[in-house]
Design a binder for this molecule. Sequence first.
Ligand code: BF8
Ligand code: SF4
Length: 646
Amino acid sequence: MNRTNSNGKHTIAGDAREMIARAQEENIATVWDRLREQEPQCGYCAMGVSCRNCAMGPCRVDPFGEGPRKGVCGATADTIVARNLGRAIAAGASAHSDHGRDILETFAALAEGKTSGYRITDAEKLKALARERGIATDSRPIEDVARDLAAALFEEFGTRKESLDFLARVPAKRREVWRKLGITPRGIDRENVEMLHRTHMGVDNDYANILLHALRTSLSDGWGGSMIATELSDVMFGTPKPVLSRVNLGTLRADSVNIALHGHNPMLSDVIVQAAQDPELVRMAKEAGAAGINLVGLCCTGNELLMRRGVPMAGNHLMQELAIMTGALEAMVVDYQCIMPSVTEVAKCFHTQVISTFDKARFPGAIHVRFDPERGIETGKEIVRRGIEAFRNRNPQRVRIPAVPVPMMAGFSVEAILGALGGTPQPLVDAIAKGTIRGAVGIVGCNNPKIPQDYGHVALTRRLIENDILVLVTGCAAVANGKAGQMTPEAAEMAGPGLKAVCKSLGIPPVLHVGSCVDNSRILVLAAALANALGVDIDQLPLAGAAPEWYSEKAVSIGAYVVASGIFTVLGVEPPIFGSKKVVELLASGLEGVVGAKFAVEPDPEKAAALIRKHIEAKRAALGLPHIPPETIHAAETRLYAEAAD
Ligand code: BF8
Ligand code: SF4
């Protein structure tokens, strides 16, 4: 493993490097160019001390005491930083939860028999979800159960409850922590609306009180909106099982109609997968001179399709512009979230059609084909037809597909992980207790052009698995690890002796793909199952979270609900909070005594690995399990640094 960033300033991925070179040759602006144009970025905003919440402003305060110390209304740096963070969390939680509601609306329409192209794929999961809520399932038509379940889940968004139904999954001790703090999430919409209310001028001016409600808002995402998205997607599209696929831009085919499915919501992309198999459309593609229709994924829509259908993955967040630059992409179908507005500009340099699909996410320069669950399969066919027509406009001279695809295994739902273990978490608990596996870490989140693409994810993951720590990945972190070859059963060779033996006996990789970003809810469910198996709270387990290259407000919400659920989390990119010492002190230290977990910020993945290892060993020691003393980890790390410096 290269321990420096020397293998590329922008990226460590070969396919990306080749396309960035093409962009430079052809003078096509990319995310990295635009970042350079923005530099130096605003220091006040970077520290979180600018506010434009009202028209007496905009204001900024000087945390160093030379300029103004308060906004026009009198707000201090502490208030402003906390308010800004609270709003970011509400935006992220709203994005996940609105996605969950869209899935729920389609599920409800399916239960009413009003959809085209959808079915109940996992009836057992549907019944289990119904039983969790006390809905009768015996000798009832499945559609009736589905209707009752949909009605119950709509209530999770509402305002009249004291607590979300999904909290029944949370260990009792953790629920008690939240109750005492007054942060039990009630209704998903309620917490988000209250966050916006509190951050209006002149409402909540106490930074700690604002941050507590921010945690509550994030919990309504992790144990609410995101969980609904995951569970109902499993019911409709199937609960993931281990599946082998391929990743990187090499998944595009020079001889085929290539259609990339980009965004987050699997509802339309799933019917496109069905449409692409339609014999009539396949015949049309062949008539146009193509060998067939090749679908690839980008970002989390891609992860949803990879997890359930093994659809190959073209890339993660920073690959979206570069995929178009292959000159081999007929259509980029976008739904919502993390889709750069720039894709339509880049597409103008090629024959690619950008097709937007949700009325709430329009892109100037794109063709809009409106998603409607009542016409799901028809819409899917229309989109594939447009892709085939675009193939006729392709210029073969412009096609440049870099790289050979890398194999990657995905599909590790909680059900699949427990299935591999024989149906219960006990073998995992035993392996952790013995120390064969030291603990588990969720590595999640995005790419950010401020960090060489994939470096944070790949380096941190590698260091953890080498030290017998099982890694669970979602979102763009998963794709980064896939490209680096760390997600095949053979990658067990990269792991330490304990983890390697476990992976080999089960035939699984040391890095498990758990899904898209809403599927971080699966990590919560697994953590709760482990805590319940041991009779402890989640914060006592040897677990950690990391978001080495995060950029999005959704990632802020994820980090917050992971910490509020009791899991130490390391961020690789500085959040905009450093303008308030009090906020930093609370998040990086004070929270430990409140929710049993805290945040750390560490951009160097090597140092982040050491922080996480020390944390895991400390949790093992507290549980009375065999542990490595922190001095030993420290000495090993010092040696590593000395070697790197040589
Ligand atoms: O939801 S990891 S860049 S694609 S926000 Fe976006 Fe970040 Fe990727 Fe998926 Ni998640
Ligand atoms: Fe300025 Fe206060 Fe208005 Fe913010 S809320 S813009 S700090 S006056």
